[in-house]
Design a protein. Structure first.
Length: 760
């Protein structure tokens, strides 16, 4: 399919999705009575600046409050990042706050784990019980029998508590082991700083932008999307490498619908091409990099035609793309992506190769390229006072096989779950969970549930009764971001700022801000919170800035001078060699590849297509599925199926199929398919977050299909132990019959094929 044919399709894709969204089922579910009609208008409302927490990007906002209710949310006009703009989810924060299904009181389990039967208890009873169980488990099994799963701002306080208790087992923050870990590690060991949060690419000033996956537009971060749109409006060319015709691909000048799992072939061939054709930045390479000759030698056998066959792309298109990038250097953005726990062993190397290409093109510290982050004038002030004992590692650590896991302090999620299930290398008997939907987030939820059954005790701090919360012995209702203070948000972009996160209204029901909950728990465990009042903790951090909390309560944020660009003379890198590292001695020392090597995901087993997933713009994972406004916009997910495949199977848009994965697990209900040439025939695509399994989430429950429950196979990367999500395959069941996916693209001999294990 040629690009222009696809372009015709992009309109059709949007129209089709919009019409599919207007499905009769959800229109019935979201009746007018479930929408809040009683919100007064925002005219004359008090304006309280804060920060959005509907996703992890944290756009500065203004909450408009009238008669004690938040009636509207807008972007903070002072924000150099998003300005007055916020996204649909930001707007719908109101419905998160007023969600009728919110957790209202502390609860204690009264039925079996997973049943969601509880009795209401007091805060004192709930915290006493948690503290009692923590002490009991620690005494009986030692500190490492305690594990904490954390994500988001509330979790930070509890993480300090678990660290102070001496366990090596906390996981996720900020989604390291399921999300961004391999990406962070790759860039840290190449140019000495992390490339994300937000992506350190100056797209507004770029001449060419390239995205590997990174489905911006569906992956929504207001300032990033704005910066990409600004770049495109000023004539930047866009190259998108994605097996799917994503929203970004719809804007692309060159779309490369790559065979999933083969990006490393493309990158290695491009690196070689740039070197062989002398298209690289000689001055940068000579003066600022380490290991060029080794790199040159290692990649010399990778030709464009070799890559074309492995990636299943036209050689001509590959050449055009790299010529375009090289011609416009250094003002080109090789976007580092974010979510990187894709395939396992290749994940760090793939991002290393992206970073290396960035270095070869000398696009570092320049306008329209990679920029440097600038640290804020804030003092780091811990939540707990006093020196804590160093964590005494256990005889066999969960990190032993992963030399770089230490960088992320905690232990790989998959290892914590394994140890909990098996008791090896040591028992884990208590889990604390805050801000993570462990069942919808971590590969193989069946193992996660099996692990929870083995625990002596589990508590969850959450806002909503999610499927994970249903498994808790004690549930603590956190206040939402619109009802609490959180740590400052620091925007280290090309323009930098520090934003205050403050409450707009008082906590509803008996919910309490995480700071307060953590403080009372810490005291029960013999730990000492540094400040009684969260405001004092915030004020202490502001000291070096010259700004006061009083002032920030009014303005919401202050900016500080950024230094994103560097002249060549000023360049220095925070790496072992002080240079931009093509070759990593640190990796070599650990017997890990010091240079990226070819490493491809095995092709689908015969009869199956690879299961890919991603975001829809109006939802954040599973967290927003119960939000009535957002549910109304996008109530269920649809499975993208290639048109040729659908034709062969006699399927059309709107047909329903059950999905069965390579391990024999089936989707909980049929999913509607969306037939399109905008996905390769060897893959299908299912947006993530749908398919809630908690009946207590009355809006979300029963809508769509969960990708996670089909992700039963994962591989861990050898550097840090992140667990992959994209090594799973599905076929269809329709009217009780198995529909095998026809193989329409040849699989070259370099690629192995995924072997189906013993079926369950
Ligand atoms: N609306 C919304 N936005 C979000 C979030 C959200 O929940 N909702 N979550 C945020 C978070 S935490 C994250 S980490 C990011 C995630 O968003 P990204 O970092 O953009 O995630 P990716 O996995 O890079 O992108 C998904 C795309 O990768 C493509 N893809 C799949 N396999 C391959 C492959 O082998 N090669 C290539 N080149 N492409 C492939 C898929 O077709 C899909 O279009 O989104 C963030 N933004
Ligand atoms: N199959 C599959 N798995 C994935 C992904 C995927 O695309 N597909 N994406 C991966 C990525 S990129 C990431 S970053 C992770 C994200 O994984 P998670 O962060 O676990 O994502 P959510 O599903 O949004 O779960 C957030 C949980 O926090 C709760 N919560 C929300 N706000 C608050 C709050 O203010 N306080 C408290 N205490 N709790 C709150 C929500 O109710 C929910 O239970 O998932 C990863 N796992
Ligand atoms: S991108 Fe949207 S949901 Fe995320 S912080 Fe910004 S406004 Fe909120
Ligand atoms: Mo993520």
């Amino acid at each position: 399919m040629k690009r222009r044919d696809f372009l015709k399709f992009s309109g059709a894709v949007c129209a089709a999705l919009a019409s599919l969204s207007l499905d009769s089922k959800f229109v019935k579910t979201v009746s007018a009575s479930t929408m809040r009609k009683d919100l007064p208008g925002s005219l004359g409302a008090e304006e309280i600046p804060s920060v959005c927490d509907m996703c992890f990007w944290r756009c500065p906002i203004v909450a408009k409050v009238k008669d004690g209710q938040v009636v509207k949310i807008e972007g903070n006009p002072r924000s150099p990042a998003n300005g007055t703009a916020i996204c649909a989810r930001g707007n719908a924060g109101i419905q998160f706050l007023y969600d009728k299904d919110r957790l209202k009181y502390p609860l204690k389990r009264a039925g079996a784990r997973g049943e969601g039967k509880w009795v209401r208890i007091s805060w004192d009873e709930a915290l006493d019980e948690i503290a009692y169980n923590i002490k009991k488990v620690k005494e009986k099994y030692g500190p490492h029998a305690l594990a904490f799963f954390d994500h988001g701002s509330s979790a930070a306080f509890f993480r300090e508590i678990f660290e102070a208790l001496g366990t090596e087992n906390f996981s996720n923050e900020p989604a390291f082991f399921q999300c961004v870990g391999p990406n962070l590690l790759a860039y840290l060991y190449t140019l000495g700083y992390q490339a994300v949060d937000p992506a350190k690419v100056d797209m507004a000033e770029a001449k060419v932008i390239i995205l590997f996956g990174s489905h911006l537009g569906e992956n929504v971060q207001v300032s990033l999307v704005k910066s990409m749109v600004e770049g495109l409006a000023q004539g930047a060319k866009l190259i998108v490498v994605d097996p799917r015709f994503s929203v970004a691909a719809g804007k692309a000048d060159i779309w490369l619908p790559i065979r999933p799992g083969t990006d490393l072939a493309l990158l290695l061939a491009w690196i070689n091409y740039v070197i062989q054709h002398d298209l690289y930045d000689r001055e940068f390479v000579q003066n600022h990099t380490y290991g060029f000759e080794k790199l040159k030698k290692a990649v010399q056998k990778y030709s464009l035609s070799w890559a074309a066959e492995i990636c299943d792309l036209p050689e001509e298109d590959i050449r055009k793309a790299i010529d375009l990038l090289a011609r416009h250097r250094p003002h080109v953005c090789i976007h580092p992506g974010r979510h990187s726990a894709w395939y396992g062993s290749q994940d760090v190397n793939r991002h290393r190769a992206m970073a290396i290409l960035t270095g070869l093109l000398g696009t570092v510290g320049v306008k329209g390229g990679f920029y440097f982050p600038t640290e804020p004038p804030l003092e780091k002030v811990s939540f707990l006072a006093g020196e804590h004992e160093e964590i005494e590692p256990p005889e066999t650590s969960l990190k032993d096989d992963y030399p770089f896991a230490e960088l992320f302090h905690g232990s790989p999620t998959a290892e914590i779950i394994k140890a909990t299930r098996t008791g090896e290398p040591y028992p884990i008997k208590l889990w604390g969970v805050c801000g993570v939907n462990v069942i919808q987030t971590i590969p193989n939820p069946y193992q996660t549930m099996e692990a929870i059954k083995k625990l002596d005790f589990i508590f969850c701090v959450d806002i909503l009764p999610t499927e994970s919360v249903l498994w808790a012995d004690i549930v603590l209702p956190d206040a939402t971001y619109l009802e609490r203070y959180d740590g400052f948000y620091v925007g280290k972009e090309t323009r930098c700022y520090v934003a205050l996160r403050q409450p707009a209204v008082k906590p509803l029901f008996e919910s309490r801000p995480a700071y307060e909950i953590a403080k009372d728990l810490a005291k029960r465990l013999g730990l000492k919170p540094r400040y009684e009042r969260v405001e004092d903790w915030l004020e202490a951090q502001l000291k070096p800035s010259g700004h006061s909390l009083k002032e920030l309560k009014k303005t919401g944020l202050f900016t500080y001078p950024a230094k994103p660009y560097r002249s060549r003379e000023e360049l220095s890198f925070n790496t072992d060699s002080g240079k931009f590292e093509f070759y990593s001695e640190a990796f070599a020392d650990e017997d890990l590849p010091p240079l990226p090597e070819p490493d491809f995901a095995p092709a689908p087993p015969k009869g199956y297509a690879r299961l890919l997933y991603g975001r829809v713009p109006v939802h954040t994972f599973a967290k927003t599925m119960n939000n009535v406004w957002l549910h109304f916009e996008w109530p269920e997910n649809h499975l993208w199926v290639n048109d040729e495949v659908a034709k062969r199977l006699g399927l059309k848009t709107g047909d329903e199929v059950i999905l069965e994965n390579q391990d024999g697990y089936r989707s909980e209900r049929p999913v509607k398919i969306f037939v399109t040439p905008g996905i390769r025939p060897d893959a299908v695509y299912l947006p993530h977050g749908f398919g809630s399994r908690s009946p207590m989430l009355k809006t979300a429950y029963g809508h769509g299909v969960s990708d996670t429950f089909l992700v039963t196979h994962y591989e861990q990367d050898p550097f840090m132990g992140a667990s992959s999500h994209r090594n799973n395959f599905v076929r269809f069941i329709k009217d009780g019959k198995v529909l095998s996916i026809p193989e329409l693209r040849p699989v070259p001999k370099e690629l192995s094929r995924f072997e189906i294990r013993k079926r369950v």
